[in-house]
Design a protein around this ligand. Structure first.
Ligand code: HEM
Length: 498
C-alpha cells in the first residue's frame, strides 16, 4: 500500500470519528427518551428489520420500555408502546397530532385529511366528518346504503357457482361502492372497468406501501428518488387516482347546483364557491381531489382487507364458522337482510368481528404522528418535528388483556355468560383527534357484509385447513393477507334468494 493511500485512509477514519463524536455530543444534549445509539445518516438501521418494523419495535420496547427513541435513517422517532403510554399520547397531548410525511405519497402532503400536516387539516377533517354524517355516516343512512349493496355482493358471489376464485376484487367492490355512493353519488358494477381500475390501484398501493422496499424508500427518499423501483409505481398510482378524481370533481363543478348538493363532492365544491369571497382558500379543486382520494383509499381497502382476511381466518376455524351460521339462522333467519340492531342479539358475531380486527392488526404501527411543538412528556423533551408512533399492536396484542394474543379466539371479546365483552384496549382505529374518520362506517360494513355472506354461503378452502397461513404477507404500512382462493357454496336451497 502506498503512503498516499494510507494517509487517505487515516484521514477518512479520523473524519468518521469526528462526525460520530460530534453526533454523540448533540445527541446526548437532548432530553430524549432512551434508545439505541444511532449512527449519523443511517440512524438505527441495524436495530430495525425493514421487513417487519412492528416486530422490531416490539423487541425494542422489551429492552427500552414503553417510551423510547430510535432513528429511522435521519428521522428522530419516539415510539409509544402499551396501553398507558399510547392512550396518554393520543388523548392527552394535542401537540402530538401532527402527521409525519410519507415520501411515496408526497403528492398528498398537507392536503386532504390523512397526510395533511398543514393548517387546512382541522377544517377539512371537521367539515368532512359533518358532511359524511349528513350523508349517513354513523347514522341510519349508512346502514341503508350497505343493505342496498348486500344483494349485489351476494349475486356476485353466487355467480362464482361454487368454483374457486380470488376474493380480492370481488369483495372490494362492496366497500368501494359504499364510499363511492357517498363521495360521487354512484356505485360501480362489480365488473365495471373504471371501478376495477381504481380498486386495482388502491389495492396495489396498500400492498406496496407495506413492503420492505417502500419502508426503506420512505426513510431514504432523498437518495433513492431517482432510482428505479416500486416507489415509482406507488407514486404513479397516487397521481393517477388523484387525476381520475380531479376529472370527476371538475364534471361535478360544471353541473353544480349550490341549492341541491348531490353528494360529498358537491358539498366541498359549495364550500369552495363560498370561499371565493374570502382570503386564504381551504377548498381548492386540488385539495378537494386529495380529500376525496383519501376517503376512497381509506374507505375501500381497509374494510375490504378486513373482510378478505376474515374469510381466510374463518376457513381455518370451521367450528367458529359453524357457530356463526347457527347464530345467524337463529336471529336473522335465511332471507332477511342483516341489520345493525341484530348485533345486540348476536354477541358471537360481534365478538368474531372484533377478534378479526384485533388479530389481523390492520395498522400495527398506526399512521405516524408528529410533534407540532417542543413538548415535555413524562419528563422527556420531545422536540418539534419528531415523528411519534403510538403503536396500536401493543394494545391489540397485550398479553394481560388478551391472553394468548397470537391465537384467534372470539372468547377475547366474550364474558363467561357468552355476552359481548368490551375492551378499552381495542384501538384498531386509534383514538384522539386523529382517530379514524371512518370508524363507524367500517364497523357497520364489516358486521353487515360478513353476516350476509355467512347467511348465504359456506366457505370452502382449497388447501388443507391446517396449511392456511394467517400471517400477513406485508405489514409495514398495513397488514395484508397472503393471496388465496376459495369456493363459496350456497348453504341450502331454502329461501336464500335476495
Ligand atoms: C377496518 C377498517 C379501518 C381501520 C382499521 C382504520 C384504521 C385507521 C387508523 C389506525 C388511522 C390512523 C389514526 C391516527 O393517525 O391516529 C386511520 C385514519 C383515517 N381513516 Fe381509517 N380505518 C378503517 C376504515 C376507514 C374508512 C372506511 C374510512 C373512510 C370512510 C377511513 C378514513 C380514515 C381517514 C380519513 C383517516 C385520517 C384521519 C386523520 O388523519 O385525521 N378509515 N384509520
Amino acid at each position: 500500500m502506498s503512503a498516499l493511500s494510507i494517509t487517505v485512509a487515516l484521514l477518512v477514519w479520523a473524519a468518521c470519528l469526528l462526525v460520530i463524536s460530534f453526533w454523540k455530543q448533540v445527541y446526548s444534549s437532548w432530553r430524549l427518551p432512551p434508545g439505541p445509539f444511532p449512527l449519523p445518516i443511517i440512524g438505527n438501521v441495524f436495530q430495525i428489520d425493514f421487513n417487519n418494523i412492528p416486530k422490531s419495535l416490539f423487541k425494542l420496547a422489551e429492552q427500552y420500555g414503553p417510551v423510547f427513541t430510535i432513528y429511522l435513517g435521519p428521522y428522530r422517532v419516539v415510539v409509544l408502546h402499551g396501553y398507558q403510554a399510547v392512550k396518554e399520547v393520543l388523548l392527552q397531548h394535542k401537540d402530538f397530532n401532527g402527521r409525519a410525511e410519507l415520501a411515496a405519497v408526497h403528492l398528498h402532503k398537507d392536503k386532504g385529511i390523512i397526510f395533511n400536516d398543514g393548517p387546512t387539516w382541522k377544517d377539512v377533517r371537521r367539515f368532512s366528518l359533518t358532511k359524511l354524517r349528513d350523508y349517513g355516516m354513523g347514522k341510519e343512512g349508512n346502514e341503508r346504503r350497505i343493505q342496498t349493496e348486500v344483494p349485489f355482493l351476494l349475486q356476485a358471489l353466487r355467480e362464482t357457482q361454487g368454483r374457486p376464485f380470488d376474493p380480492t376484487f370481488l369483495i372490494s367492490g362492496a366497500p368501494c361502492n359504499i364510499i363511492a355512493s357517498i363521495l360521487f353519488g354512484r356505485r360501480f358494477g362489480y365488473g365495471d372497468e373504471s371501478g376495477l381500475r381504481l380498486r386495482r390501484m388502491v389495492h396495489e398501493n396498500f400492498y406496496l406501501l407495506g413492503t420492505r422496499w417502500l419502508q426503506i424508500y420512505n426513510v431514504f427518499s432523498t437518495y433513492l428518488y431517482y432510482l428505479p423501483g416500486t416507489h415509482r409505481k406507488v407514486m404513479k398510482n397516487v397521481s393517477e387516482i388523484k387525476n381520475d378524481i380531479l376529472e370527476r370533481v371538475k364534471e361535478h363543478h360544471k353541473s353544480l347546483d349550490p341549492n341541491c348538493p348531490r353528494d360529498f363532492i358537491d358539498c366541498l365544491l359549495i364550500e369552495m364557491e363560498k370561499e371565493k369571497q374570502g382570503a386564504e382558500p381551504v377548498y381548492t379543486l386540488d385539495n378537494i381531489a386529495v380529500t376525496v382520494a383519501d376517503l376512497l383509499f381509506a374507505g375501500t381497502e381497509t374494510t375490504s382487507t378486513t373482510l378478505r382476511y376474515g374469510l381466510l381466518i374463518l376457513m381455518k376455524y370451521p367450528d367458529i364458522e359453524e357457530k356463526l351460521h347457527e347464530e345467524i339462522d337463529r336471529v336473522i333467519g335465511p332471507s332477511r337482510i342483516p341489520a345493525i340492531k341484530d348485533r345486540l342479539e348476536m354477541p358471537y358475531m360481534d365478538a368474531v368481528v372484533h377478534e378479526i380486527m384485533r388479530f389481523i392488526n390492520l395498522v400495527p404501527s398506526n399512521l405516524y404522528h408528529k410533534a407540532t411543538r417542543d413538548t415535555v412528556f413524562r419528563g422527556y423533551v420531545i422536540p418539534k418535528g419528531t415523528i411519534v408512533i403510538p403503536t396500536l399492536d401493543s394494545l391489540l396484542y397485550d398479553k394481560q388483556e388478551f391472553p394468548d394474543p397470537e391465537q384467534f379466539k372470539p372468547e377475547h371479546f366474550l364474558n363467561e355468560n357468552g355476552k359481548f365483552k368490551y375492551s378499552d384496549h381495542f384501538k384498531a382505529f386509534s383514538a384522539g383527534k386523529r382517530v379514524c374518520v371512518g370508524e363507524g362506517l367500517a364497523r357497520m360494513e364489516v358486521f353487515l357484509f360478513l353476516t350476509a355472506i355467512l347467511q348465504h354461503f359456506r366457505l370452502k378452502p382449497l388447501v388443507d385447513r391446517k396449511d392456511i397461513d394467517l400471517s400477513p404477507i406485508v405489514n409495514g404500512f398495513a397488514s395484508v393477507p397472503h393471496p388465496y382462493k376459495l369456493c363459496v357454496l350456497p348453504r341450502s336451497c331454502e329461501a336464500r334468494s335476495l
